[in-house]
Design a protein around this ligand. Sequence first.
Ligand code: PXP
Length: 257
Amino acid sequence: MSVIRELRLGVNIDHVATIRNARGGGHPDPVLAARLAAKAGADGITAHLREDRRHIGDDDIERLSSEIDLPLNLEMAATDEMLAIALRHQPNACCLVPEKREELTTEGGLDVAAKHNQIAPYVTKLAEAGIRVSLFIDPSSVQFAVAKAMGAHIVELHAGAYCEAVISGDDAQRDIELKRLQMGAAEAHDVGLEVHAGHGLTFDTVSPVAAISEIVELNIGHFLIGEAIFGGLDSTIKRMRALMDQSRANALGARSA
Ligand code: PXP
């Protein structure tokens, strides 16, 4: 029996491919990781096909689309090349992200307000093809208004600044960044956008974000794959799910009390 959850977990399997690509060949296989993630309780699989193919490759997207039953969230830059790939594979969702060749990871959200004319045609074409469109943005009113006007269905809030503040032990900054996520989630929800969050989430940072009731999906990758080296993928994902579910249940309990 499938369980309808208040908060979905999208497992990002990019860094299984990072390890595979360090040596070439096919091991470890990100598609096998996706299969194990599904068994462990993931609600979706996320993969970022970068222009430089530094981790996930075209063949991975092909196999994730055809071999895995969970919804695929394809992260991609707004380019003609990526649009053609998305239209060919018809993932459940495409999350448009900013991409810089020299960055180690996605450093900030898309500035959809400044790049409206560049991004809007991709949102339209993906939406017309029946693909749910998500925009990875920093929590800000102007970004939400533009995302909605462009026809995006979802905004994914960049949780990186909050996570960095937790890691650096800067409690004042952590509170500021968490408030930004809380207020942003409420505002995005109010304008009619589905709200997701991701980037940098770990066992130590996930609970306050999972407690934000407007957020319906968290996308988590690097920590889960790294931690799986020590704890195994199955138990790492199950523990993350348990923390998310516990935090959401506590928050809902506190609201209804
Ligand atoms: N969401 C988006 C849009 C991302 O670009 C990334 C990183 O690829 C993630 C979530 C996952 O971040 P992390 O790997 O830090 O968990």
